[in-house]
Design a binder for this molecule. Structure first.
Ligand code: GSH
Length: 207
């Protein structure tokens, strides 16, 4: 039995859920975190000492860190599809998970926290503006990257890189911010978010 712990409004939970659905896996999802709480309960901390979501339980194999969960699911159940077997092709997909976690997420975090989680009178407009500018620069890098006509981030098929960046770009499109024109990114977002596996996973209320 497979269980994914975490509320679906979390970007990191949505990555794990999207990967599991794309792979056609049967799993049970348990709402914890955010309004559901439960992350400090000893039984949850025993699973995930970070008290964060998501956590995966694959038949007793426990894993946390969303991008590691996506890599594990793809490697275990999607070799040759979500997880390219050629190391060079895989590298071109895998790097986008690191890009999402170490470049894009930190760039957008102040804007996200400021606009979604901070009451208007307590916001720091300068920090928000700087964050949006930083995030938008990275988005334009993606737009330029897609200019060679590629359908997916690692080439001509959907892989793990599309999942991590897809979840992040989905939220970027939902944020109440000024966005530069990104027609290629919009087409790619439409392509990946219209997959059956993405239905009910993306376009969540920002929380
Ligand atoms: N690096 C971790 C970050 C996990 C994380 O920050 N999760 C957030 C939700 S996106 C969380 O647990 N927040 C507390 C909550 O939802 O109550 C990962 O990628 O899994």
């Amino acid at each position: 039995m497979m269980t994914i712990w975490g509320r679906l409004t979390s970007i990191n939970v949505s990555k794990a859920v999207w990967a599991a659905r794309e792979l056609g896996l049967e799993f049970n999802r348990i709402d914890v975190g955010g309004p559901y709480g439960g992350l400090d309960k000893p039984e949850y901390v025993a699973l995930n000492p970070n008290s964060k979501i998501p956590t995966l339980d694959d038949n007793g194999y426990i894993l946390w860190e969303s991008n590691s969960i996506v890599r594990y699911l793809a490697a275990q159940y999607g070799a040759g599809t979500l997880w390219p077997t050629d190391p060079r092709e895989r590298g071109l997909s895998d790097r986008w998970l690191d890009w999402q976690a170490t470049e894009f997420a930190p760039a957008m975090a102040p804007a996200f926290i400021g606009l979604i989680r901070t009451p208007e009178d307590k916001r720091n407009p300068q920090a928000i503006a700087e964050s949006v500018a930083r995030g938008n620069r990275l988005i334009l890098l993606l737009e330029k990257f897609l200019a060679d006509g590629r359908q997916y981030l690692a080439g001509d098929r959907f892989t793990i890189g599309d999942i991590a960046v897809g979840c992040a770009v989905d939220r970027w499109f939902l944020l109440p911010i000024e966005r530069p024109a990104t027609p290629l990114l919009a087409q790619w977002h439409k392509r990946v978010s219209s997959r059956p596996s993405a239905q009910g996973v993306l376009q969540q209320k920002l929380a």
